[in-house]
Design a protein around this ligand. Structure first.
Ligand code: BDR
Ligand code: CA
Length: 332
């Protein structure tokens, strides 16, 4: 070990990975924030907010409250886009409740968001960081598209974009489109086109990781406020189209994308060609080319628009669920 190496390296402690989260908090974004603020191998540098699961003011307020709950008031938070690039904002109240946090009451944070809007804040924060940051998008990618179009030079200090979005298989917002991409397909297409290494944590793995209900209920009753909050978030119910409460799902959702950064070997990934569909019923679909012999499009004049993405296809769900629970309930 070189003399003068950082103390963490001298003691064989992994140097934390600097991450910036872009969120639409959001029940499972809250779980992701709790994990990112708690894991010793992650340095949560900053958070930006965008309209998605709820309106922007609610997303900002929820994000500040969740960070306050986990003792992370030092992490700066900026407000970004109030709606997608083209479409009107459409929330996901049927999943996250009208307030975005399933009615869970958290004490207010004693601070406000940064005075800068997200695009300026992200530019400054990314470029000022001494090493490339991992940008984790857990929401419609409107903020990131605006950032890339305004300040493309930020890509020089982005290690990669890990995005929760899309699916190689079925969608959720529509039969083929996942909510984050469907909400702002043009933004997703701009991010795909950025030239930055991309890691897709889509519905194929997102929907696999859950916490058993008995564990969630134990957590709800915990004396530790963060553990109890985790239990309440995991235990929330979504409503079906008749307004009836659905069965227990217990998904950790967006938090799994952040877990994948510290436990990459718990996922099987493949580098595959991906594109975003922008028209018709398929609008918002991520088309993932899994053909055994890709390339026939060349003969049909349809070969443009594909981007190489590392796509997560399988996950050791038990390992990720345990990593998540251990981290958020036994915080450093
Ligand atoms: C995504 O949409 C939102 O409801 C969740 O927070 C997640 O980011 C899943 O499709
Ligand atoms: Ca989200």
């Amino acid at each position: 070990m070189a003399i003068g190496a950082p103390a963490a390296l001298r003691q064989n402690v992994p140097v934390p990975i600097p991450v910036i989260l872009d969120v639409d908090t959001g029940v499972d974004d809250a779980l992701a924030l709790l994990f990112a603020a708690s894991h010793p191998e992650l340095d949560l540098v900053a958070v930006s907010c965008v309209a998605g699961n709820a309106s922007l003011p609610l997303v900002v307020d929820n994000t500040l409250r969740v960070l306050h709950a986990v003792g992370a008031d030092h992490v700066p938070v900026a407000a970004g886009a109030q709606r997608p690039l083209i479409e009107p904002a459409r929330d996901a109240g049927h999943v996250h409740g009208g307030d975005g946090l399933a009615g869970i009451q958290l004490p207010p944070a004693e601070r406000a968001a940064e005075p800068e809007v997200a695009v300026e804040f992200l530019r400054r924060t990314i470029l000022a960081h001494p090493e490339p940051v991992t940008l984790v998008t857990l929401a419609p990618q409107t903020n990131i598209a605006l950032l890339l179009r305004t300040y493309p030079e930020v890509t020089e200090n982005i290690a990669r974009v890990v995005f929760m979005g899309g699916a190689a298989g079925a969608g959720n917002a529509t039969a083929v489109a996942e909510f984050n991409v469907w909400h702002d397909p043009e933004a997703a297409a701009i991010v795909l086109d950025s030239g930055v290494p991309l890691y897709m944590y889509g519905l194929d793995v997102f929907e696999r990781v859950s916490v058993p209900q008995e564990v969630a209920l134990e957590l709800v009753a915990s004396a530790d406020p963060v553990s109890s909050l985790v239990g309440q978030l995991v235990n929330h119910r979504i409503r079906d189209r008749d307004g009836a409460e659905s069965v227990y799902l217990g998904h950790i959702g967006d938090a799994g994308a952040v877990c994948s950064i510290v436990a990459p070997d718990a996922l099987r990934t493949e580098h595959l060609p991906v594109r975003v569909e922008l028209a018709g019923y398929g609008r918002g679909q991520t088309i993932v080319d899994r053909r055994q012999f890709p390339g026939e499009d060349l003969f049909h004049g349809l070969a443009d628009g594909w981007v190489d993405v590392e796509v997560a296809l399988e996950i050791d769900d038990e390992r990720i669920a345990n990593l998540f629970l251990d981290t958020v309930t036994k915080r450093r």
